[in-house]
Write a protein of this length. Structure first.
Length: 464
């Protein structure tokens, strides 16, 4: 497990508003799993022919002797040896990881390293000290091990890499290959591997530069968010996953773009609604607080559209064992209420379009709204109009398709020939006409109505 020291440094650097109790949870959650322990226990009992490897020139006699002193020993015996010779063992383990390639041998070395670090994570610094004369150490040997096609070697090497990264002040480490490897692991069918990799992310995301590095890794965020959206019956996994997202939101750029790219706010609300553990609600609300604090313009409207305000109003009526949860709920509720009161009708409508969460709210059905605002869909290079048209292709929900057709009909009715031309250029006319045969009667009705308004504008134009 990680010490609290790197976390304190992060808080000082970023002046984060993170709650101490949440930060301290990393000490209880990272990189622990019975599945990993079971694999290690099985490997620990498998004999390795070290003398054969010596005769083959793969390891030295001294290395065989040093292994013999710690292999199959009790934790107390290992601790006694490491207290006096830990630095030498760290150097030897790095050398063995660097030069060995056989799966059974690498597995056993990783188990010996685990035995060395068990209840003594501070010994990870010995690997840094033993690397002074080797620029590729201490990270290189474990990066190399990730290329071996073995489940235990992969996850145990990545665990040690995370400990190494988190125990140094060096921030020039190239972590991109590691994150690419982890992204692949997060797509595993093995739920245990997914959880272990999420725990590793929880550790690494305490270091600010690595949040952005993961964010910029191809398919990394897609994969992480997809795990969240699929849901998980294990409350601990859900907590660890939201914890990772919470840490990411301390980066302002990520906080500004997270919901716009991945639509996580509705998912997080649903996670909190279904949560049976208070700590899950706590970290979800803390995530909302970060999103508001770091990037209010990008998130407040989307939160209102997703109906977060009535949900936090409900949360505010419940009794909580942690005062920090109460404070965070009050913060989120107050900011949402202030924003709701200051929003114009068009801003509410724009938020619906931006999030793709269309519903039959008053603006859609108000002739006065469209008379006043239809032309505003053309602002910013027709940004909102393009989003609306895109929903015709991307949405499969009948209600959203019906509202989109209705809105495009109102748009063309009140925006004149320019609006008709823009819809033609964007391919909206053809898409709306195709929906006239949709299986849902409301979609058919509003598609027909929009088509009639479009051609009414064509007829009006030809008569002028």
């Amino acid at each position: 497990m990680l010490s609290a020291e790197p976390v304190d440094t992060i808080q000082q650097q970023q002046n984060n508003i993170a709650t101490d109790s949440l930060i301290e949870d990393v000490n209880l959650t990272v990189i622990q799993h019975p599945y990993l322990d079971e694999l290690a226990d099985k490997i620990r009992t498998e004999p390795i022919p070290w003398q054969d490897y010596q005769r083959a020139g793969l390891i030295t006699a001294d290395e065989v002797a040093m292994i013999g002193h710690v292999e199959n020993k009790t934790p107390e015996e290992v601790n006694t040896i490491m207290a006096e010779h830990g630095l030498y063992y760290a150097g030897m383990y790095l050398d063995l990881m660097h030069k060995l390639a056989r799966v059974d041998a690498v597995q056993k070395v990783l188990v010996l390293i685990q035995d060395m670090l068990n209840d003594h994570d501070e010994r990870i610094t010995l690997f840094h000290q033993a690397s002074a004369s080797r620029p590729e150490y201490p990270f290189g040997p474990f990066h190399k091990a990730l290329q071996i096609n073995d489940e235990f070697i992969g996850i145990q090497s990545s665990k040690i890499l995370a400990l190494l990264v988190c125990s140094t002040n060096n921030r020039d480490i190239d972590i991109n290959d590691f994150f690419r490897w982890m992204t692949f692991q997060l797509q595993s069918r093995n739920a245990n591997l997914i959880e272990l990799n999420i725990q590793i992310l929880d550790a690494l995301f305490h270091i600010p530069p690595y949040r952005k590095a993961f964010w910029n890794t191809v398919h990394a965020m897609d994969t992480l968010v997809n795990i969240l959206k699929k849901g998980n019956s294990n409350p601990q996994v859900t907590y660890e996953l939201v914890f990772a997202i919470w840490l990411l939101t301390f980066d302002r750029d990520i906080a500004a773009n997270l919901n716009q790219k991945y639509d996580v706010i509705p998912t997080l609300i649903e996670v909190a609604k279904q949560a049976v553990k208070e700590k899950i609600i706590r970290v979800v609300v803390a995530t909302f607080k970060n999103l508001i604090d770091k990037a209010p313009r990008s998130n407040l409207s989307a939160m209102l559209v997703a109906k977060l305000l009535p949900f936090v109003e409900h949360l505010s009526t419940r009794k909580w064992s942690d005062q920090e949860v109460v404070d965070d709920i009050e913060f989120v509720q107050a900011r949402l209420q202030d924003n709701f009161q200051s929003l114009t009708t068009f801003e509410v409508y724009a938020s619906e379009v931006e999030t793709g969460k269309l519903e039959w709210s008053p603006p859609h059905q108000s002739e006065n709204f469209w008379r006043q605002n239809a032309s505003r869909l053309n602002e910013d290079d027709r940004r909102l109009l393009k989003m609306l048209v895109r929903l015709l292709s991307t949405s499969t929900q009948p209600t959203i398709l019906a509202i989109t057709c209705h809105d495009l009909g109102q748009y063309v009715k009140y925006s004149g020939n320019d609006g008709r031309r823009y819809l033609q250029e964007l391919g909206a006319k053809q898409k709306v006409m195709e929906l006239m045969t949709h299986q849902d009667p409301d979609v058919r009705y509003h598609a027909l109505s929009a088509t009639q308004k479009y051609f009414a504008m064509v007829a009006s134009s030809s008569q002028q």
